[in-house]
Design a protein. Sequence first.
Length: 134
Amino acid sequence: MKIVEKLNQKYLQQLHNLYSQEWWCKDRTLIQTQKVVENSSLIVGIIDKYDNLIAFARVLSDFTFKAFIFDVIVAKEHRGKGLSDKLISAILNHNKLKNIETIELYCLPEMKLLYAKYGFKEVDGLCFLTRIMH
């Protein structure tokens, strides 16, 4: 397995296929997937020995105060093998993020323990707000 920080067209298509299998991103088009990758501050993918993208995460950041992790995704057949740990470790240890004050992410309640081992925690007094634009 190897970590990549750029996706070629093959990996982009494979990412789109991963997205199409999850409730939270199944309606994304290939063009939207491409835009998401292009406009992210940092991406991390994991490629298996067969040259397939099997895990992915992306970051939006100002590289000073905040970084936000999005779209942590692992192919269903590769879950439970520590790949999300590899993604999060690669992000937290990335040279571009070494001086960030805060790294944040959204997750479902059942995922809190996964991220807690990396120091992520709920912050008292903050709430998650969203506005749907379309």
